[in-house]
Ligand binder design. Structure first.
Ligand SMILES: CC(C)(COP(=O)(O)OP(=O)(O)OC[C@H]1O[C@@H](n2cnc3c(N)ncnc32)[C@H](O)[C@@H]1OP(=O)(O)O)[C@@H](O)C(=O)NCCC(=O)NCCS
Length: 306
């Protein structure tokens, strides 16, 4: 029997992919212990960009692709959800191949596919669609409260982010701190506005630290309500110190102060995502008590314009 061609939904049609996405995501949680699709995918299925696409195959597989928020517009992110019994090179190759063809029709670029709770066989599956491994990301967790005192360097003052006032300074520090980071660097005012418009956004969980020269660092946190599998999680969503102020003891109190705020909201577990090769950050997190809970892997493919 020949398999049906994948159906490609674009733009506003993406709402039609939500039911299958939710079903496949649930079965991934059951079979792999982690969701298949990350938050960026859900965000886009909820309010799709005009050039996003979802590829659906036979009720057993879904690939999603969306242009990233970076200034260049060349970076795309992809997600993949496949029913456990259908997880093979033919199915994965078909949906990811169709997603890559969509990117080709929209100017091409670099497509980054995130596989959550990666397993050894995933590399071979990604290769079926010409994706090669590029990065690993750790989800780390720590029980709260953390028994460490928050000690700020001399001359540092701390306050909450004020919407309408702190955006430009924050974008400057974020983009300098993450200048080498493909997704967290290169944020625009629009990227920030979109995140602040999300329902979880809470400026009282967004700490800013100032020194004599202005904004020096920040810790932006968010609360994930319990979801049946996980307890409530308090995430260090983005933490950064301006390179001009790095290595002077600001990162540690920022992290601890954010975790204390999260614990103050009744959250018993802190979590964050950290690139496996970010040695300074990993050292800091491990010394606070964070341990690796899950390993996600990114696979990339360069797609030429069609
Ligand atoms: C990670 C980051 C927030 C740490 O902030 P910081 O102010 O430089 O860190 P601190 O001076 O408070 O140092 C805290 C610990 O970090 C580690 N650390 C900091 N700089 C380091 C470096 N260059 N190399 C190795 N370890 C380093 C040390 O373990 C230090 O421990 P100590 O207190 O025992 O000396 C900062 O480096 C940063 O903004 N990096 C870029 C953005 C980023 O990667 N954010 C994290 C994403 S998960």
């Amino acid at each position: 029997m020949t398999r049906p061609e994948p159906a490609v939904l674009t733009g506003a049609q993406l709402a039609g992919a939500r039911e299958l996405a939710a079903r496949l995501d649930r079965s991934a949680r059951e079979s792999r212990g982690a969701p298949a699709l990350n938050e960026a995918v859900w965000r886009d299925l909820e309010s799709p960009r005009s050039d996003s696409a979802a590829v659906l195959l036979d009720g057993v597989a879904l690939a999603h692709v969306a242009r990233g928020d970076t200034a260049s517009g060349r970076l795309w992110s992809a997600g993949l959800a496949v029913a456990p019994g259908a997880r093979g090179p033919e199915v994965v190759g078909a949906v990811l191949g169709a997603a890559a063809a969509h990117v080709a029709r929209h100017g091409g670029g670099r497509v980054l596919l995130w596989v959550l709770a990666a397993e050894p066989g995933d590399e071979e599956l990604a290769a079926a669609a010409a994706f090669a491994p590029v990065r690993e990301l750790y989800e780390m967790r720590v029980p709260l409260p953390v028994p460490q005192e928050v000690r700020w360097p001399d001359g540092v003052t701390v306050r909450d982010f004020v919407p309408g006032r702190d955006e430009a300074a924050w974008l400057g520090v974020n983009n300098r701190a993450f200048r080498d980071h493909p997704e967290q660097g290169g944020w625009t005012a629009d990227t920030l506005r979109r995140r602040m418009a999300e329902p979880w956004f809470d400026p009282s969980l967004f700490l800013l630290a100032f020194d004599d020269a202005g904004l020096a660092g920040f810790d932006w946190c968010k609360v994930h309500p319990p979801d049946g599998r996980d307890p409530a999680l308090g995430e260090i969503f983005v933490i950064g110190v301006d390179p001009r102020a790095a290595g002077r003891g600001l990162g540690r109190p920022l992290a601890l102060a954010g975790l204390a705020r999260l614990h103050g909201r009744g959250v018993g577990t802190g979590m964050l995502f950290c690139a496996a090769d970010n040695a300074p950050a990993l050292r800091l997190y491990r010394s606070i008590g964070f341990t690796v809970h899950r390993v996600d892997r990114a696979f990339a493919r360069e797609v030429d314009p069609a």
